[in-house]
Design a protein around this ligand. Structure first.
Ligand code: PLP
Length: 371
């Protein structure tokens, strides 16, 4: 007989998921109700309001896609890109590459702006490309590159998109609640995020928001969106305002209880206080790592507080050390990805995993494991 599954108790300090707070886990254990129950619909409205608060937007189309961050990404591209559309895609890590795939799979032409892994997207290179081409439909970039620990200048890039009359598509999977993110003030047009990073809700849901300009582009499509599930025109029948909701898909009821609770906790803390907490504990972690002789992999001015890439010292066996942290401390940190595989560790300080306790545990574990 296969028995019930009981996961080991871990401390999650990798690139996500982060530790889920007991309040969020408790919320998810509440009784399942129907996805069209009036009580559930009231909660959906609160989730929208709380997401608008977290994203600093009044966009009416602000909702959680019932699928992971990659589906939020796909929701942006499948709604906004039509065959033949030219989209500038910035790549400085793994996730820009996934954006390129999306553009091409939906028949668009991806014009690439490439920067080295570990550096920010070059605003000057993007401007130069915008100067060279007419009729660019959108500019797509990753705000917080989880694969490297780098933040790009989202404010400047969105302003450029506006100046050149194209839409901005922003990946905020790791940035939301960890660093400043201002959807309305920066003029972001389409944005997707994830629940498993600085919101510390379980993975599998992707908050998205579309500006009025982006919605206009969706309404004016010449072709029908090739995705039924992610078609924003259809899902708004379920997530739109008012009491008249039509069945679109069966929402992940209990996962949404969890997201609701994590957003309530964010509201209690305050979004700005959350950004400050991430910076505060990052500073402590960095000081401790440097005191141990470890070196940060990313320049200070573009470093993400919530995702710390640390150079693996010469002679240290990457996999063996991470294995020891897991077996001796039940502590998960992340390996390097792609061009940085074997060269860096990625230490996450995201959401509930961003606390004094986490910093102290990680420093203690690393110090002992490195001797
Ligand atoms: N974009 C970024 C920057 C990410 O870090 C991730 C996941 O780590 C994704 C997109 C994809 O999200 P998911 O794994 O939830 O599909």
């Amino acid at each position: 007989m296969i028995k019930s599954f009981h996961p080991p108790l871990r401390t999650l300090m990798g690139p996500g998921p982060s530790d889920v707070h007991p309040r969020v886990l408790a919320a998810m254990a509440r009784p399942t109700i129907g996805h069209l129950d009036p009580a559930f619909i009231g909660m959906m409205d609160e989730i929208k309001q709380l997401l608008q608060y977290a994203l600093r937007t009044e966009n009416a189309l602000t909702l959680p896609v019932s699928a992971p961050g990659s589906a939020g990404m796909e929701a942006c591209f499948v709604n906004l890109v039509e065959p033949g559309d030219k989209v500038i895609v910035c790549q400085n890590g793994v996730f820009g590459g996934r954006m390129k795939e999306n553009v091409e799979r939906f028949g668009g032409v991806a014009l690439m702006v490439e920067d080295p892994w570990g550096e920010a997207v070059s605003v000057d290179k993007v401007r130069a490309l915008l100067e060279q081409h007419d009729n660019i439909k959108a500019l797509a970039f990753v705000h917080a590159e989880t694969s490297t620990g780098v933040q790009s200048n989202a404010k400047a890039l969105c302003a450029l998109a506006r100046d050149y009359g194209c839409l901005s598509i922003v990946d905020a999977v790791t940035s939301l609640a960890g660093i400043e993110l201002e959807v309305d003030a920066w003029g972001v047009d389409a944005l997707y995020s994830g629940t498993q990073k600085c919101l510390s809700a379980p993975p599998g849901i992707s908050p998205v928001t579309f500006s009025e300009r982006a919605l206009e582009a969706v309404r004016n499509r010449k072709t029908r969106s090739p995705s039924w599930f992610l078609d924003k025109n259809l899902v708004m029948g379920y997530w739109g305002g008012g009491q008249k909701r039509a069945y679109h898909h069966t929402a992940p009821v209990n996962a949404l209880y969890g997201l609701h609770e994590s957003l309530v906790m964010l509201q209690e803390e305050g979004i700005e206080a959350s950004w400050q907490r991430h910076m505060h504990h990052h500073t402590a972690l960095r000081s401790g790592l440097e005191a141990m002789g470890l070196e940060m992999a990313v320049a200070a001015d573009v470093r993400l507080p919530q995702l710390n890439s640390v150079m693996i010292p010469d002679g240290v066996d990457d996999a063996a050390l991470r294995g020891r942290l897991l077996s001796d401390y039940s502590l998960e940190i992340g390996a390097g990805l792609g061009a940085l595989a074997g060269k860096v560790w990625r230490i996450g300080l995201m959401g509930s995993s961003c606390s004094r306790r986490h910093v102290m545990l990680c420093l203690d574990a690393l110090e002992n494991a490195l001797v």
